[in-house]
Design a protein around this ligand. Structure first.
Ligand SMILES: [Zn+2]
Ligand SMILES: [Zn+2]
Length: 334
């Protein structure tokens, strides 16, 4: 369950979002710009980093994170666009690693470079002087991470260079109230898996569900109960939350389509709003969105909340104008 999701810096600072979870000791980072503001306690929780592209303001935090993590027994997974392995390796090569073989702990980076149809991973271990190891190449179908509790997907956007937008989705959680089932005279068993599958598929309340079990002398007994009754009385269903992170994109037809599709129904949408719409030409020249476009995209995606960032320094004293313009578009009051 998501505990908090927030921007790392103020909207004029380097882009990036930190997502923290309840009951998990791992946090996610979207983009890796200036992260000095994060205390080591938070930095050391980061398990996954999704880098949109390697323009400096999105990737300069790599060194700081490496510095804090060295000598720790942990693994960080990084994902980035084409050429990402080379970007990471060039950073690692810029230091001398002659004394790391005897470190007590082995810090490890697992780096994945994403291409439109495949992804390539390499592993870099501190004790092996961060030499590339274990290269793997697998098909890429839009899903970057498929965990038990969540998934992360990405799409390519045109920013003059390939730039990734991400969406994080928690899976719906279903807890069965076993004491209630007992009171209903329904022992637990394999039928609960089918029950959960019905709920995940969104089957109607009047669907008959067959509960079955073996009694003490080995005979199968069964009862039929409607899905609605079980759903209402014996289950606690927590819908998963969806968070999307969209930055550094030209406003064109293909980007618009991909952004809306990726972030549809987001609980929270992080979206860049660097320029006022009156400067739409400058925004387009730099392959960025305007605040109005950001608000419209979030509205079209049906996002519930938006968080704006990557404000251009040219509006340093006018951040509220960017905010207002985006919020007006988001709320449909252009
Ligand atoms: Zn950029
Ligand atoms: Zn940028």
């Amino acid at each position: 369950m998501i505990h908090s999701a927030s921007l790392i810096n103020d909207p004029f600072g380097d882009p990036g979002a930190y997502v923290d979870f309840k009951y998990r000791r791992e946090a996610f980072l979207f983009d890796l710009g200036d992260i000095h503001i994060l205390p080591p306690r938070k930095l050391l929780k980061i398990g996954y980093i999704f880098v949109s592209h390697t323009h400096m303001d999105h990737f300069i935090g790599f060194d700081h994170l490496l510095r804090i993590s060295l000598g720790r027994d942990r693994c960080i997974r990084l994902y980035g666009p084409p050429n990402f392995l080379r970007n990471v390796e060039d950073k690692l090569h810029s230091y001398t690693w002659n004394l790391v073989a005897n470190y007590a702990n082995d810090f490890e980076l697992l780096v994945t470079e994403i291409h439109p149809e495949h992804k390539i991973s390499r592993q870099y271990r501190c004790r092996n002087a961060f030499r590339p190891e274990g290269e793997k190449c697998v098909d890429y179908d839009g899903t970057l991470v498929q965990g038990d509790f969540f998934s992360v997907r990405s799409v390519f956007l045109d920013h003059g260079t390939p730039c990734l937008a991400f969406c994080f989705e928690e899976k719906t959680r279903i807890n069965i109230k076993k004491n209630v089932l007992r009171e209903m005279g329904l022992p637990t068993g394999a039928w609960l898996l089918e029950l959960k599958a019905h709920v995940m598929k969104g089957e109607p309340d009047d669907l008959p569900v067959r509960a079955w079990w073996r009694n003490t002398d080995g005979r199968t007994e069964e009862k039929t109960v409607s899905l609605g009754v079980l759903r209402q009385k014996a289950m606690k269903i927590t819908p998963g939350q969806k968070i999307s992170y969209v930055t550094d994109a030209l406003y064109n037809e293909e980007n618009v389509r991909r952004i809306i599709e990726l972030s549809a129904g987001s609980e929270l949408m992080f979206i860049e709003a660097p320029f006022l719409h009156e400067d739409a030409d400058a925004a387009a020249r730099k392959y960025h969105l305007t605040a109005r476009q950001a608000g419209m995209l979030a509205r079209q995606a049906g996002a519930k909340r938006i968080m704006l960032f990557h404000f251009s320094p040219k509006y340093k004293t006018e951040g509220d104008l960017l905010h207002r313009e985006a919020m007006n578009a988001f709320q449909g009051a252009l």
